[in-house]
Design a protein around this ligand. Sequence first.
Ligand code: NAP
Length: 342
Amino acid sequence: MSEQAMPTTSREWHLVARPEGWPKPSDFALVEAEIRQPGPGQILVRNAYLSVDPYMRGRMNDSQSYVPPFQLDRPMTGGAVGYVVASQAEGFEPGDAVLHDLGWREYATLDAKYAIKVDPELAPLSYYLGVLGMPGLTAYAGLLEVASFKPGDTVFVSGAAGAVGSLVGQIARLKGAARVIGSAGSAEKVAKLVDEYGFDAAFNYKEGPVREQLAKAAPEGIDVYFDNVGGDHLEAAIYSLKVHGRATLCGAISQYNATGLPEGPRNLVLAIGKRLRLQGMIVSDHAALQPQFVAEVAGWLKNGNGLRYDETVVDGVENTAEAFLGLLRGDNTGKMVVRLGA
Ligand SMILES: NC(=O)c1ccc[n+]([C@@H]2O[C@H](COP(=O)([O-])OP(=O)(O)OC[C@H]3O[C@@H](n4cnc5c(N)ncnc54)[C@H](OP(=O)(O)O)[C@@H]3O)[C@@H](O)[C@H]2O)c1
């Protein structure tokens, strides 16, 4: 982009009210702000894709967690990929594609040390927010490292048509699982799991008790449960896990908008007799796996030997809050991303 074409203002999203239960559009505001030119060591990036992710819901509450809460009336942050348009940092040139954490806005000025150069020739830029980015590493590390997956395991994953879940199931299959089972929230998603992602069985958790549907899909039990949902899904998995079964507690999206205390699992006592291992995870603890993860997943994508990756693309920065609400409702199949300037 030439100097003349550079706009002087950028639109950015602010959280203006902390949601009670389900967030509402009025909790967010799109604000016009001056674009700050980069100082020494900084770059100015035109964002091309923004990520909306479930963990952002937790950041909307005023409570300390592994990531700090969003501040009211300040620009929100989150994963983004884009192109450098001005640079005062060594090693960064206009035109370079970068991944960084100043999403929820059109233009971002940041210290170059917080940007990671990515290769748009290796994969479409948006893939660095999904299959080759944070959700991909979550699936890879959560299955292989946290759940200690082994070939021959029977694996159940919830949220199976989403960004993380769709990769968990497929990686399990590519790594030699005996049987892969998934749950998702619509008939279309369930059909996709079996027909396109190669799951052995799948069910719609809205159509009946998870415990019964899982027991039917895995009559011999499961060795590994990858939990994206919590609540009734985790309770059902505890019933189905075999002795020495392992569960990765990755997310509990069924509880993110809850206003009261969650229901379950009520059967945790079974973990004793079955010697279960239920282990929480945070993806950033697994950064050391990044090179191995990128090499292996990029290989599966390139060779076309069975790793399918879907995105749900929402256009326009003005639709970012709506895309986030849609993610919580389950509007997405695969990774939900917002495309800017298409
Ligand atoms: N621990 C970590 O480091 C880490 C990192 C990344 C992600 N996560 C967690 O992993 C999970 C998946 O994240 P993602 O980025 O891949 O999101 P995603 O699965 O692409 O999108 C969220 C999905 O959750 C499902 N959902 C919403 N409400 C639900 C409910 N009440 N019960 C069951 N499913 C529900 C929806 O699909 P349906 O149509 O199927 O309902 C929706 O599409 C989330 O819990 C997230 O917080 C954790």
